[in-house]
Structures are given as C-alpha cells and as structure tokens.
Design a protein around this ligand. Structure first.
Ligand SMILES: [Zn+2]
Length: 189
C-alpha cells in the first residue's frame, strides 16, 4: 500500500470536468517574468494538494481552470515502477521516442469514473522549468512517460479519450475493477 505524501499547504481547487472549454484550449506558456512569483508558487502548491486529495498521479493547470502550461505529477513506487517524487513542470517540451504503440490504462480526474486503454510512446525526454525558473531535464519511460504524455496533452486541449484507438475498452471504474485483467498500475491522471 503506497502512502501518499501529505500536502502541507496550498488549497484545494475545484477540478473542472470534460465540457469545460478550458480543457479544449491550448494553454499559454508561462512568461519568464512569472518565475519565482507568489502566483506560480501558489499554483504549484495548489496543484500538488488537489492532485493528492483527489487521488490522482497527475494534474494539469487547465484542470483547475488555469490556462497555463504547468502540470504536477508523481509516480508511486508500485506496479514495478520506480517511484518519482512529486514535482511541478512549467513550459514542458517533449521529445517522444519510438512509436505510440504501448497500450496502458488511463483515467482522468476531469473524466471521473472512466478508464480506457491508451497507446503511448514508450519513452521520452522532457525539458522544462520548475516554478523558480530552474531548468529541468529528464528521461522517462513506461508509466512515468505515460503520465507525462497525458499531462502534456492537457496543455494542448487533448484528453485521453482522443488518443484511444477506439472506444471498445472504455469502462466504468467498478466494472474495470471487476473485469480488467491487467489493471496493475495506477491510472488516475
Ligand atoms: Zn487527465
């Protein structure tokens, strides 16, 4: 059983659901003049707190109706994945590797109750910044790479349903728990 880090500060923000137009817009880059500001640090804390309290492994700023290129995520150390500490990425740029052919289960806090099989690239390089403007660069693979692709999609107005090859695997959580045969990884992002 993975123990989630306890959010120490920030405030819980309402997560908007599919149908809210902010989820279908391209989010704006954060201007470098905003790095290190109270605004961006508060956004970081609020994203992390809301992500943990709502049981997700990722949360993009548009999901709390902030149309900026910022997301939070972490990878719990379970399902054979190495743990990745919670972090917030600003202005991410992805260099995707391989083909978008690795199927895995995803869910979304903005599409509550549903799960679906989504093909993703197996690995990627992520570059971007933290909220203080420090450069961030990392390689990710497997579930880690999946979460980053899911969250970056939110910044371009794309949700996981758009990435599904077809909708035949779409399932409600309870049915998925009962019938899915390979539900070994966390899916809510
Ligand atoms: Zn999502």
């Amino acid at each position: 059983m993975n123990l989630l880090p306890r959010p120490r500060d920030g405030r819980h923000r309402t997560i908007v659901r599919l149908g809210h137009p902010v989820l279908r817009q391209r989010a704006e880059e954060v201007a470098s003049s905003r790095f290190g500001t109270r605004f961006l640090r508060d956004l970081e804390r609020d994203l992390l707190r809301t992500m943990f309290e709502d049981g997700g492994v990722g949360l993009a700023a548009p999901q709390i109706a902030v149309p900026l290129r910022v997301f939070a995520y972490y990878v719990p150390g379970e399902g054979g994945q190495d743990e990745v500490e919670p972090r917030v990425v600003v202005n991410p740029v992805l260099r995707l590797e391989g083909e978008a052919e690795v199927a895995g289960w995803e869910g979304c806090l903005s599409i509550p109750g549903l799960r679906g099989l989504v093909p993703r690239h197996p690995s990627l390089e992520l570059s971007g910044f933290d909220v203080d403007g420090r450069e961030l660069s990392l390689r990710a693979q497997g579930f880690h790479a999946r979460v980053i692709q899911h969250e970056t999609d939110h910044l371009d107005g794309i949700v996981f349903l758009d990435r599904m090859r077809n909708l035949t695997s779409l399932a409600f959580e309870e049915e998925w728990e009962q019938f899915a045969s390979d539900r070994h990884l966390p899916v809510e992002a």
